[in-house]
Design a protein around this ligand. Structure first.
Ligand code: GLN
Length: 463
């Protein structure tokens, strides 16, 4: 087997490593060469680590001495800039965290370190994960490697682009309302938002704590499964984490649901619609039963998300006050310190959401907005519970449009929020969802990632 990084996957790279066809150092060098060639233009990486070769040498030593051989040993990863790696800078692509050094490892990082992965670098994102194009990064947009005139999506745009440009074989991103799946769709890679709590959030910078989850972006469904298996599980540092299903319960993947009226509504790109319908037809031809299902509350999803998410954002962001971390701009008195530090350190979109969130939580408005949104969230959960009695999985496009031009939506936050129309629901409900190229989202019941992998592989093969 030769080392062509543009065609290797985690699975095939692992075969190459254990058979001695190539080394982890050579694999890492191949990624570094791609980054050197492309990243000045693409801007996926916030930082390429200076000890990549040492990490790869250690992996090679383990492979040679057959120490803890596993599918991820020696595999190059990129990590979103909001996940802590001890001793390395973690900035959430925000000015306010410039030069912040992580004091501990996120649980997912501890797990990956045990597996012996090679951390190539940290990757760009929308500031504090707020956005869908990486244009909200304080360090410039990440271009889409497939068509550099377009955005890579977001907020995990750096993660998706780093895999699509072969700068890493896998990446970790975070998903609060679509931030793994939508950039995966735009960059034509696989991206999984696991069940809420299936992966520990310890060491992930919080955005919307009842919505956030860490997950993998890779080139294939099988690779995503490999990474998910490595990072999942209950963690004493995250009380919302859990062990998921016992793996002996049988996987049902016969019947797939499509939501009545969903892709016929306005604002869905006609090409997206056509491709999606063609995919569904192929699945039908393969033997899947396709059922139309009703989701009476689905059209409230986006509005519900854009109340609950900013509410949680406004509370999570209060820790960035110029005292404990990052940028500090002194004022005349304490309140001025806060105002000037946050004023200088935070970007426009982050401020917009803090204001929105503070408003929906303020006295007199709490019940009308936040309280009501939570009730709708419950109704959405009921819609899905009902639907999953009839179908094993639900399919939608991941994004309503293909990757759009850089700058096209940058000054129109509402049109950017509309990009999240298909993805936010899984976060509100807590269920797992995956993007499989090109632009197919599959949603399954709680803890049924296994359903996503089975159907996902079929979608992948029918492409
Ligand atoms: N694009 C969505 C937003 O702007 C999702 C963000 C995310 O999942 N972190 O909120």
């Amino acid at each position: 087997m030769s080392l062509d990084i543009t065609t290797l996957t985690i699975q095939t790279a692992h075969e190459g490593l254990v058979s001695g066809a190539f080394t982890s150092v050579e694999l890492a060098e191949a990624c570094l060469a791609q980054i050197k060639e492309k990243d000045a233009d693409i801007n996926a990486f916030r930082e390429v680590f200076d000890d990549v070769i040492e990490q790869a040498k250690e992996a090679d030593r383990r492979i040679k001495s057959k120490e803890g051989i596993n599918p991820l040993l020696g595999i190059p990863f990129s990590i979103k800039d909001n996940i802590l790696i001890k001793g390395r800078t973690a900035g959430a692509s925000s000015k306010i965290l410039e030069n912040y050094v992580a004091p501990y490892d996120a649980t997912v990082i501890t797990k990956l370190k045990e597996k012996g992965v090679v951390f190539i670098g940290r990757v760009n994102m929308d500031e504090f994960a707020m956005g869908g194009s990486t244009e909200n990064s304080a360090y410039g947009v990440t271009k889409n490697p497939i068509n550099p005139e377009t955005v890579s999506g977001g907020s995990s745009g750096g993660s998706a682009a780093s895999v699509a440009m072969h700068g890493a074989l896998a990446s970790l991103g975070s998903d609060t309302g679509g931030s793994i799946r939508q950039p995966a769709a735009f960059c034509e890679v696989v991206g999984l938002k696991p069940t809420y709590g299936a992966v520990s959030r310890h060491g992930l910078m919080a955005m919307g704590s009842s919505l956030d989850v860490i997950g993998p972006l890779t080139k294939t469904v099988e690779d995503t499964k490999i990474v998910f298996d490595a990072i999942k599980g209950k963690d004493e540092y995250d009380s919302t984490s859990h062990d998921g299903l016992d793996t002996t319960s049988p996987v049902q993947t016969k019947t797939i649901g499509v939501i009545k009226g969903l892709i016929d509504q306005g604002g869905i790109d006609s090409g997206v619609k056509e491709r999606f319908e063609a995919q569904i037809k192929k699945l039908k031809d393969k033997g899947y039963e396709v059922k139309e299902i009703a989701m009476p509350h689905l059209h409230y999803s986006l509005a519900t998300y854009y109340v609950i998410m900013p509410a949680e954002v406004s509370s999570n962001m209060s820790r960035f006050d110029g005292m404990k971390y990052g940028v500090r701009v002194e004022g005349k008195k304490l309140l001025d310190d806060y105002l000037s530090s946050r004023g200088a350190g935070l970007g426009k979109e982050v401020k917009r959401r803090i204001m929105l969130g503070t408003y929906v939580l303020s006295s007199g408005y709490y019940d009308a907005y936040y309280g009501k949104a939570n009730k709708v969230r419950d109704l959405l959960k009921q819609d899905f519970e009902k639907a999953f009695k009839e179908v094993d999985a639900i399919l939608t496009p991941t994004a309503p449009t293909p990757a759009f031009k850089i700058g096209e939506k940058a000054n129109d936050p509402l049109s950017l929020y509309l990009e999240d129309i298909f993805t936010v629901t899984a976060n509100l409900v807590g269920i797992p969802a995956i993007n499989v190229p090109t632009n197919v989202q599959i949603m399954a019941p709680y803890n049924r990632e296994d359903v996503l992998f089975v159907i996902g592989k079929d979608v992948e093969n029918l492409r």
